[in-house]
Ligand binder design. Structure first.
Ligand code: NAD
Length: 280
């Protein structure tokens, strides 16, 4: 069997086209305010690309650039000002922050109704309750990609490999909400290959290149690869690979590629959270 691709580029393009229409029809400005105080050049590049993506959809992008030596008080103060500014409807803070700053403490300051990345613990808590809330974007992206395959999640068995607060756990909870039978696995899980072999859906979100092997996969299963790993090949060139071994494509029914899978869809889900928040 050759797995059908779950094309994140194509799906995200469709989501963005829909968002563009919604903004045009609403006739109201939609804006995203992002804080950047990162010593990491990658974060600045990401912010620059984000500005372009927002422009394509018709979202105004306001980047609040602070020094890479900014203190917790600097970043927190900026977030608190944005919380009370009525013209600001959607807030995100680029990671990583300078090493001395506790990122989770900053994230928990973002007003929950403006927290478009869904990183405030209040929003993550509401995901568990199934209440209307802003859901972490990678989890939303993963669910959309699984649903795209048409699988009936009710009663399906799903294994989520990786259990971080922002990625693995919210994915597990969204699948539980869809009434799947969910196993949340982490680096201490025993017998992971056998657990995966029973699963109709496997989500790989561990940050370990090529972890999920073809012999772990039930023929025809849906496999979503969330991993983004930069590795150096034998030729010295750096490439981006996921957590799923390429040979899984010979066993799975559906497989999301890396790059071009969950990554672009995560960006689209952030924009959708921005538009939902602004037009609510
Ligand atoms: P993390 O390091 O915070 O958590 C990793 C989780 O995987 C932990 O629960 C750990 O116990 C588990 N794990 C590690 N090794 C394992 C193993 N051998 N077997 C089973 N479980 C194992 O990472 P994260 O922030 O959750 O990110 C996970 C991956 O997803 C990374 O590659 C990251 O780059 C990627 N990511 C992608 C997107 C996207 O938009 N596509 C967004 C966020 C993160």
């Amino acid at each position: 069997m050759t797995a059908r691709p779950i094309d994140g580029k194509d799906l995200s393009a469709r989501v963005k086209a829909d968002l563009r229409d919604r903004i045009q029809r609403a006739g109201r400005p939609v804006r995203l305010d992002a804080v950047l105080a990162s010593p990491d050049r990658g974060a600045a590049l990401y912010a620059h690309n984000q500005a372009k993506t927002c422009a394509e959809v018709g979202i105004e992008y306001h980047l609040h650039e602070l020094s890479a030596e900014a203190s917790y008080e600097d970043v927190a103060g900026r977030v608190l000002l944005m919380n009370t500014d009525e013209s600001v409807r959607a807030i995100m803070v680029h990671m990583p922050l300078p090493p001395a700053i506790d990122a989770e403490r900053v994230q928990s300051l973002i007003a929950p109704e403006k927290d478009v990345e869904g990183v405030n613990p209040a929003n993550i808590g509401n995901v568990v309750y199934g209440r209307r809330s802003l859901v972490p974007c990678t989890a939303l992206a993963t669910l959309e990609m699984i649903e795209h395959t048409g699988i009936d999640l009710r009663g399906a068995r799903a294994v989520i490999v990786g259990a971080s607060n922002i990625v693995g756990k919210p994915i597990a909870v969204l699948l539980m909400r869809a009434e799947a039978t969910v196993v949340s696995a982490n680096k201490f899980t025993q017998g992971l290959p056998a657990l995966c072999r029973e699963a109709d859906v496997v989500v790989a979100a561990a940050g370990v290149p090529g972890l999920v092997k073809p012999e772990w996969i039930k023929p025809g299963a849906v496999v979503v690869d969330v991993g983004i790993n930069r590795i150096k090949g034998a030729d010295g060139r750096t490439t981006t690979v996921g957590d799923v071994d390429a040979a899984v494509a010979g066993v799975a029914g559906w497989l999301s590629p890396v790059p071009g899978g969950v990554g672009p869809m995560t960006v689209a889900m952030l924009l959708r959270n921005v538009v939902d928040t602004a037009l609510r």
